[in-house]
Design a protein around this ligand. Structure first.
Ligand SMILES: O=C(O)CCC(=O)C(=O)O
Ligand SMILES: [Fe+2]
Length: 357
């Protein structure tokens, strides 16, 4: 484990090496040490950088090359796999509309008022305007939502590659969850409950492209590529290119820390399900994608950014309950049990506003 300085004297995002869980030559005490470092980092901040996850630099280059190939297609080609209107199924391509400019106020006070009608209008507005495009992919074995693929001739090999990437990432998700179990010192029953937080058939792979932005637009107060939100999965594993901009909030200081891109490093943030399961031992991390301040940009455009988040999630029918180990007289239970699909239904009306799953 090493501590990194973010360069501005702020608290560092810890990096944990999980190779003891991928390298079979390593021993139990090394696994224990790595698992404990993971638990400690996520307890303190709600997010962590991870190495030793099993993906090589070359494999990540291939994943980003496919992602770029997808978004380089014409709009008409991408729209041969359109995300249907409404939240379900959450699959296929969502395009860029007219840009939404986020004010500093939007960034600091994401509005989640109770008026659903008004919220839905805002969501439509957000969807139509936010300056990014995405492609959502699930497991081919998902019994609730079917994938929406481009016709083979539009991008030959894309479907097969993305299916294999999904499978690999689901495996990494399971491995990381197991590492949490080791770090927490869970008994077998508690470990079984923990492992339900990752259903390999119900996770979600997202490909994201934030187009390049003219400096002029920055000057007109564009301050976010993605406004602050939490993810409502168990945790999110994210690979990013070297453009930068992902920031996660340190809950003790309320400061956003920049997850500076580093080759081969995966950024993990805790999601709402893990927060409920752990009774706030791990807190769902507020995060956003920022753009540089206009005054600091000398080029006429800031470059495009690509990222690949993978949302590790329980099965929709799974009821997420707080583990008794996290409840004590001083820390009473905070969350009622909830089915993941009910939580999703409740929260998905804010989907495009919150940018989550
Ligand atoms: O692009 C990123 O770095 C963040 C993406 C994200 O937070 C999300 O898709 O929920
Ligand atoms: Fe997110």
């Amino acid at each position: 484990m090493q501590k990194l300085d973010d360069g501005a004297g702020r608290a560092a995002i810890v990096t944990v090496d999980l190779s003891p869980f991928t390298d079979t030559s390593l021993r139990d005490f090394e696994r224990l040490e790595a698992g404990q470092a993971l638990v400690e980092a996520c307890h303190n901040l709600g997010f962590v950088k991870i190495t030793g996850h099993g993906f090589t630099k070359e494999e990540l280059d291939v994943a980003f090359a496919w992602t770029k190939r997808l978004f380089d297609l014409s709009y008409e080609e991408k729209m041969t796999a359109p995300h249907p209107p409404g939240p379900m199924p959450h699959r296929g391509y969502s395009g860029i509309g007219v840009e939404k400019i986020y004010s500093k106020e939007d960034m600091e006070n994401p509005d989640c008022s109770k008026d659903v009608g008004q919220e839905l209008r805002k969501i439509m507005d957000f969807k139509a305007r936010h300056p990014l495009e995405s492609y959502e992919i699930g497991s081919e074995q998902d019994d609730q939502q079917q994938n929406i693929w481009l016709p083979h001739e539009v991008l030959p090999g894309f479907q097969d590659y993305m299916n294999s990437l999904y499978e690999r990432l689901a495996g990494v998700g399971k491995m990381i969850l197991a590492a949490f179990g080791v770090g927490l010192g869970l008994d077998p029953d508690a470990t079984t409950a923990l492992m339900h937080l990752c259903s390999e058939r119900h996770c979600q792979l997202r490909l994201l492209h934030y187009p390049d932005i003219e400096r002029e637009k920055l000057l007109r107060e564009l301050v976010a590529r993605l406004p602050p939100h939490t993810d409502w999965s168990t945790f999110t594993m994210l690979f990013q290119d070297n453009s930068g901009g992902l920031e996660l909030r340190d809950p003790s200081t309320q400061q956003f820390l920049h997850a500076r891109p580093e080759e081969g490093v995966l950024v993990l943030n805790i999601g709402d399900m893990f927060q409920r399961f752990s009774n706030d031992h791990f807190v769902s991390a507020l995060h956003r994608v920022a753009v540089p301040e206009a005054g600091t940009v000398s080029e006429s455009r800031i470059p495009a950014r690509y990222s690949i988040p993978f949302f590790v999630s329980p099965a929709p029918s799974h009821t997420v309950e707080t583990l008794p180990q996290f409840v004590a007289p001083g820390t009473p239970i905070k969350y009622a049990p909830i089915k993941f699909q009910d939580y999703n239904a409740f929260i998905s009306k804010y989907q495009y506003q919150s940018g989550g799953l």
